[in-house]
Design a protein around this ligand. Structure first.
Ligand code: ZN
Length: 268
């Protein structure tokens, strides 16, 4: 019964993808359909890589004009070294990844479309080791390889509204990007969070880091969350569902669903 339902859903999804692809081919010139190694799905996107990178670049420039970056060489070399190890084994190689540290006492890390990752200094001060920091960075790489941000723009604006945007040139798209779009890129759905977590476990294992460090760090965050009021860029605002995420990571590492994890995943 469940299997039938799942297959029915899969069938409906395939039809939707097929119709959407035809619709795109007929209507847009900027549409691309490709197999995404990270999500292991055929995806039809209104924005190709070139436009995705242009959007990320435009928001990154606006972000960096507002925020102070950490210039300390050791700190930058540390995050860059970790990023290099992760991107060497990740599912997406068609872009250049950038990582910068924002000089703010905030416990968070965010990513923008096209390969831009920002870690806040407060988070670097909080991690116990490179494995934990690698867990955070791999999670952000996961958002980029799965193209969550581009899909959010697509969903938020709807195919029809995007018709004009999809046929615009890369320069026009970049110019039209508003800083207000940032929240669209950095606040993720539960499903996207879980997908990035699963990808982060995969990338950490391949890169030779300990994936259990993710659980340690999430548990630390959970404790912090209970003691601190919500701020604009709080980690649990842009990366909610901490308890459920611990269960997802646990399941991904062990391949088993413990009863405690099952309860966590069933809750809210
Ligand atoms: Zn996330």
């Amino acid at each position: 019964m469940i299997r039938e339902k799942r297959e029915g859903r899969r069938w409906k999804t395939s039809i939707f993808h097929l119709l959407f692809s035809i619709f795109c081919l007929m209507t847009f010139s900027g549409c691309t359909t490709e197999y995404n190694l990270a999500t292991q799905q055929q995806e039809t996107l209104l924005y190709g890589t070139e436009k995705e990178v242009a959007i990320g670049e435009a928001v990154a420039a606006q972000w960096e004009a507002r925020e102070e970056l950490v210039t300390d060489v050791d700190v930058n070399e540390r995050v860059q070294g970790i990023l290099n190890r992760i991107t060497a084994v990740c599912d997406r190689k068609d872009i250049i990844y950038f990582i910068k540290v924002i000089d703010k006492d905030l416990l968070n890390a965010v990513s923008l479309p096209g390969g831009y990752i920002y870690v806040f200094k407060g988070l670097i001060d909080k991690v116990d080791n490179d494995d934990q920091l690698a867990g955070v960075i791999a999670h952000e790489v996961g958002h980029i390889t799965a193209k969550h941000a581009v899909k959010r723009i697509q969903n938020a604006y709807g195919a029809l509204i995007l018709q004009g945007l999809a046929t615009q040139s890369t320069a026009q798209v970049a110019k039209g990007v508003n800083f207000a779009l940032t929240s669209l890129f950095i606040e993720h759905s539960q499903e996207d969070e879980f997908q990035s977590d699963r990808l982060s476990v995969k990338y950490l294992k391949k890169a030779g880091y300990d994936p259990r460090a993710i659980i340690k760090f999430l548990e630390k965050l959970k404790k912090e969350q209970e003691d601190t009021p919500l701020r604009q860029y709080s980690y649990w605002r842009t990366h909610p569902f901490v308890s459920q995420r611990i269960s997802v990571v646990n399941q991904e590492i062990t391949g088993k669903l413990e009863f405690r994890d099952y309860l966590n995943l069933m809750g809210d």
